[in-house]
Design a protein around this ligand. Structure first.
Ligand code: NAD
Length: 283
């Protein structure tokens, strides 16, 4: 089986970026959202990203045109599903919504169509259980912003057919990403490791080991992280991190993921990070 046509469901933060890298990689790409305004907004964001690429000299003007020429849009999920080799779902992080969306996709697509979800935390197996052929679902976890971040986590649940894991790796590589293959465990590889580092940094701050800036500098200069764990938490949002920590604490039954008091307190006080003007830093 060859993947040539990719359908992206959801044209938001992640979906527009996935459609962009798919089109730039030469895939015939179809982007879908629930109404024309949303799908149009996704396309505008793709245009803006590509324009910026041309402006910075990273992209030739003809490549911008070629990529845009490969993208079409629709608000009809059935139509999208019927004529596509791979559907990548990027709707909001709700188990019910994802399961319902895949049920609809599967009712329209041919038996050979490969399905992927961009979930950042939900169980792939539980989403797949909504399908009559769960073996065709794989996790393709992209990172934000999709056109910049090079990692893609390919997540296989126990029933995922190995041909689809191989195809997902190939598609990721063709999009210019570096794929890693991970089993379907809470937090996959990236969130599990990234979150535990951030939580330990918070505990160190609580214990007065060093200032937020100095803890971050330790990782930036000592370990060549592009950004320290506390600054990164400010960018992601303290509320988002707290929700993930609670989920991983419960699922993995590990004290390493128990949310630190300082995180609970800052969230209670509304200091949610950069978006709120204050988190571990003032912004
Ligand atoms: P978002 O809210 O920006 O976009 C979701 C889009 O899906 C919206 O435009 C919405 O209208 C659309 N949608 C909802 N139901 C639909 C349907 N039935 N058919 C078509 N479109 C539909 O969300 P996002 O941040 O792009 O997140 C999408 C997924 O990616 C989530 O599972 C999230 O966990 C995951 N993710 C997000 C990030 C991030 O940094 N934002 C990073 C990695 C993974």
């Amino acid at each position: 089986m060859e993947i040539e046509r990719i359908g992206v469901v959801g044209a938001g933060t992640m979906g527009h970026g996935i459609a962009q890298v798919a089109a730039q990689a030469g895939f015939d790409t179809r982007l879908c959202d629930v109404n024309e305004d949303l799908v149009g907004a996704g396309l505008d964001r793709i245009r803006a990203n590509l324009d910026k690429g041309v402006e910075l000299g990273k992209l030739a003007a003809e490549d911008r045109e070629a990529a845009l020429g490969r993208i079409s849009t629709t608000t009809d999920l059935g139509e999208l599903s019927a004529a596509i080799d791979l559907v990548i779902e990027a709707v909001p992080e709700s188990l019910e919504l994802k399961r319902a969306t895949f049920e609809r996709i599967e009712s329209h697509c041919p038996p050979g169509t490969m399905l992927a979800t961009n979930t950042s935390s939900l169980s792939i197996a539980v989403i797949a259980a909504a399908l009559s052929d769960p073996g065709r679902l794989v996790g393709m976890h992209f990172f934000n912003p999709v056109h910049v971040m090079r990692l893609i986590e390919i997540v296989r649940h126990e029933g995922t057919r190995s041909e689809f894991v191989d195809l997902a790796v190939g598609v990721g590589e063709r999009m210019g990403k570096t794929p890693i293959v991970v089993n379907d465990v809470p937090g996959f590889a990236s969130s599990r490791l990234g979150v535990v580092l951030g939580l330990e940094a918070m505990r160190m701050l609580e214990q007065g080991v060093a200032s937020a800036q100095d803890i971050d500098t330790a990782m930036e200069l000592g370990y060549r992280h592009p950004m320290g764990p506390l600054k990164l938490t400010d960018l992601v949002g303290l509320d988002v991190r707290l929700a993930i920590a609670r989920y991983l604490h419960e699922e993995l039954e590990s004290e390493a993921f128990r949310p630190p008091e300082i995180l609970e307190r800052l969230v209670d006080e509304g200091h949610l990070g950069k978006k709120a003007g204050r988190g571990f830093y003032e912004w």
